[in-house]
Design a protein around this ligand. Structure first.
Ligand SMILES: Nc1ncnc2c1ncn2[C@@H]1O[C@H](COP(=O)(O)OP(=O)(O)OP(=O)(O)O)[C@@H](O)[C@H]1O
Length: 416
């Protein structure tokens, strides 16, 4: 007796952060989302967050059981007719494949912003992989797809905005149309001192890379990171806290010492050609690298602004990395080294004008790489999707950013 997929049974998981952005999520749910889902005959299970960390813990603790329930809901004996498969709009669905087992698709709708989405992604991966990455719950025999639909009720809504979705209705329309693309995440790791690849050496440079967190939006150092960090202190100002914090950080502008190594193939934006070209692999060798591999390109700073992104837009109108693509295997790097207030204001202003900052400012460097490592000569702070990573000085604090191609981690798809 084979397994034949049905569908339309397992509910959509609807994750609501009522406190995201201007706190309109509950209202949007009641007035727009719920009526639309009801009309389309789509059952959903509401997961309402009550505090920061709720969504991450929920998925960490429950994702395995959710996937087991999902599989059971679609597994019916082959001879039972009716309730055919299909990957149309709506509930968690499956597609029938003639050559293998059905594709398992878990649909999650996030009513919130990037922070809530980040929590869902990290919770799912923690729940699937546990602390021991060798015993993953997913493997060649069971590789579900996690399809995310984002209703942008957060502040920046970078993931949705980068897909051109800025309203609840637009997000719902796309959800009902059901088209999705891979959503690639970036693994952020540090060396694990307790494990080395090479028994003959306990040098920090030989420790294995241990994943700390996965990001889907932006990793940064410098002005962007300190703006996000300081904005927490202005939370009482609501959404204007980011503007206030950015202005403060520009008035008291700092330069941030760091070494940034790009590994493997690298593309660089060529201003004269107005396009990205394969880099000539210039390695700057004026300092000693602490990595085992040799970087293709090294930037020595100091940096005013440095970001590594998977999304082109960080908020409506602000497009710092216009070539970024959520589905490709590249990390987009925007680097501005050692500029003053006037120049950074001009550059950030032009980032709202269809990529003019990249085309016109000599001090703006733009790369695409698959692996990037950053180390700071003194203690430093990195921003990883709105969370913060305080790193130790030098090689001990070196952080690696890598776009994931491992199919056990690359489970996420984004409704577009
Ligand atoms: N019920 C809740 N109460 C308070 N904070 C919450 C709650 N649920 C989630 N959070 C936290 O709120 C933070 C902000 O959420 P989210 O990112 O979705 O909105 P945002 O910051 O307004 O939008 P964006 O990240 O797109 O700018 C997240 O870090 C999340 O962990």
């Amino acid at each position: 007796m084979g397994i034949r997929p049905t569908s339309e049974k397992f509910p959509l998981l609807l994750v609501l952060n009522p406190n995201a952005g201007k706190k309109t999520g509950q209202d949007q749910l009641t007035k727009i989302i719920q009526p639309a889902l009801n009309k389309a005959g789509i059952p959903f299970r509401l997961v309402e967050t009550t505090a920061k960390g709720f969504a991450q813990t929920y998925f960490k603790e429950n994702i395995q059981q959710i996937l087991v329930d999902l599989v059971q809901s679609i597994a019916v004996p082959e001879q039972q007719e009716g309730g055919g498969g299909g990957d149309g709009a709506g509930t968690t669905a499956t597609t029938t494949t003639t050559t293998g087992p059905p594709e398992i698709v878990l649909k999650i709708m996030v009513v919130g912003g990037d922070g809530t989405t980040h929590e869902v992604i990290n919770g799912v991966l923690q729940g699937i992989h546990g602390s021991d990455s060798t015993s993953s719950f997913v493997n060649d025999n069971f590789r579900p797809k996690i399809q995310l639909s984002i209703i942008p009720t957060g502040t920046g809504n970078a993931i949705a905005t980068s897909q051109g979705v800025t309203t609840t209705q637009a997000a719902l329309d796309r959800f009902l149309a059901g088209k999705s693309v891979p959503l690639r995440v970036v693994q952020v790791s540090q060396r694990d001192k307790s494990h080395t690849n090479d028994n003959s050496s306990n040098d920090i440079t030989h420790g294995v890379w241990k994943p700390l967190v996965y990001t889907a939006v932006v990793n940064s150092l410098g002005l962007h990171c300190s703006t996000v960090f300081d904005a927490e202190g202005y939370r009482s100002l609501g959404n204007t806290r980011f503007k206030v914090s950015a202005l403060k950080n520009i008035v008291f502008l700092k330069q941030y010492q760091a070494r940034v190594d790009l590994f493997g193939p690298v593309q660089k934006y060529d201003r004269s050609l107005n396009q990205l070209v394969a880099s000539d692999n210039t390695t700057i060798t004026t300092t000693t690298t602490t990595s085992q591999e040799h970087p293709s390109t090294t930037l020595l700073g100091p940096f005013t602004y440095l970001m590594l992104t998977k999304q082109s837009s960080l908020e409506p109108g602000f497009v710092p990395t216009p070539f970024a693509n959520t589905s490709d295997e590249w990390l987009d790097i925007l680097a501005v080294q050692n500029v003053g207030r006037g120049q950074i204001l001009e550059i950030l202003g032009d980032a709202t004008k269809e990529g003019r900052h990249v085309q016109q400012h000599e001090k703006v460097e733009y790369f695409k790489a698959k692996v990037v490592e950053i180390e700071t000569p003194t203690k430093g702070r990195l921003c990883v999707d709105g969370e913060f990573l305080d790193v130790a000085a030098g090689s001990e604090g070196r952080v690696r950013f890598e776009v994931i191609s491992d199919p056990n981690i690359q489970l996420f798809h984004l409704i577009v």
